[in-house]
Design a protein around this ligand. Sequence first.
Ligand code: ATP
Ligand code: MG
Length: 424
Amino acid sequence: MAAALQAVRGMNDVLPDEAGTWQRFEDTARGVFERYGYRNLRVPVVEPTPLYVRSIGEHTDVVEREMYTFEDKLNGESLTLRPEATAGVVRAAIEHNLTYERPLRVWTGGPMFRHERPQKGRYRQFHQLDVEALGFPGPDVDAEQIVMLARLWRALGLAGVRLHINSIGDAPERAAHRAALIEWFERQGDVLDEDAKRRLHANPLRLLDSKHPAMQEAIAGAPKLIDRLGAESRAHFEGLARLLDEAGIEYVVDARLVRGLDYYNRTVFEWVTDALGAQGTVAGGGRYDGLFEMLGGKPAPACGFAIGIERMILLLREQHAQAADAPDAYVVHAGEAAGRLARRAAEQLRDAGLRVVVHAGSASFKSQMKRADATGAAYALIVGEEEAARNSVAVKPLRGGEQFEVPQADLAARLAALLREPNT
Ligand code: ATP
Ligand code: MG
C-alpha cells in the first residue's frame, strides 16, 4: 500500500462540521462591512518579497523569521507568500490609482502564511478578513471601523471581547521616544533576552511587545509614547476617544500596545479575549499614514484592521456549540414511485428556500432514519409506497413533536411555516 500523505505542519483542513461556522462568520462579516460602504477587493497570495520587507519592516518577527520566501526558479525573482494583506492592498491601490478621485473603503480576505510555532490559535497558514479605509485622515474613520467591529460582535452574538486602544504618534515623536527607550533599556542591560539586545538599536519599540517574563518589569517602567505625543497626534487620539465615547463603545487605553508591524502610526487598536489563552487577540489594526509613500505612491492617509478567522471560530464554537448548517429536512424514501415523489417534493422545497437532503442509494427505512438524525435535520420527510399512492408526504419532527401527513402540494408552505414558528 502506498504511504498516506499528510498536510503541511501548521496548515489545516477545515472540515464540514466546522466550515459551517466559518461560513456563518464570513457571511455575517461581509454583510456588516457592506452596510458601512466597504467594497470587496481581491489581491494575489504571492507578492514580490521587497513589498513586505519595505512595509512590515526589516527588524520585525514577521520579516526576520516568519516569511515563506522562495525563488521563482523560472525567472529568479524572489517571491513571498503573503504574511498579511495590507501591503498587497496598498500596492494594488497605487498600481491602479484607486484613490485618485476619492478615498476608498475596501475589504479583502483569505489565507496568510507565517512560519510560526503551531499551537492553539497560531498556525502557519491562517485566514484573515481585512478592512482598509484608504485616503482618509481620520479620526472619524478610525472610530467608524471600531464601531463596525462592535456591531459585528453583536451580530455574531459574541460576548467578552474587549477593546484596547493606543496612539503611537507620528515620525518625530516616535524618533524622540525611540531614543528615550534605547536609553531606558540600556540601563536595564541584564534582563534583556538575546532578541531584545539585538533589536534594541534597530527597533526598540518591538521590545515593548516582548512576552519574555524577565523583561516585564522593565517594560512596565519604560517611557510611554502616549505621554509625549505632539499636538496633532494628541488631538487625533482625543478625537478618536470622544467618538468612541459618543458611540457608547468601552475601551481601555493601553500604553504598551504597539503592534508587530512597522508601518503603523497614531491609532492602534486590538480586540482581545481571555477565552483563548495566550492567543487572545482576535482582531487588530490601526493607522498607516506613511505606507503609500513607503511603497512609492503619492502620500495618502489610511486606516485598517484584520480579524484572525481561526481565533474567531474557536471563540464562536466555544460560545455556541450547535452547528448552523444542518438541513431543514432529510427525505427518506423507498420504491420507484416514492423516489420520484421524493425528488419532486425536494425540488419544490428548495424553490421555497429550504435546505433539503434526499437520501441517496438504497437502504432500509431504519438506516435512512438514522442517517436523517445524524445530519441534525429538523424534519424527516417520509415517502413510502402508500404516501406515494396518496401523493402525500409524512412529516416526522426529529427534535420532538408528533408525526403527521400532508398533501405534497401543501408541503412547502406547511414546512416553511413550521420552520419559522415550530409551535404552530
Ligand atoms: P500575535 O500577537 O497573536 O502574534 P500579530 O500581532 O502578529 O498577532 P497581526 O499581524 O496583527 O497579528 O494579525 C491580525 C490578526 O491575525 C491577529 O490578531 C490574530 O487574530 C491573527 N493571526 C496573526 N498571526 C496568526 C497565526 N499565526 N495564526 C492564526 N492567527 C493569526
Ligand atoms: Mg505575531
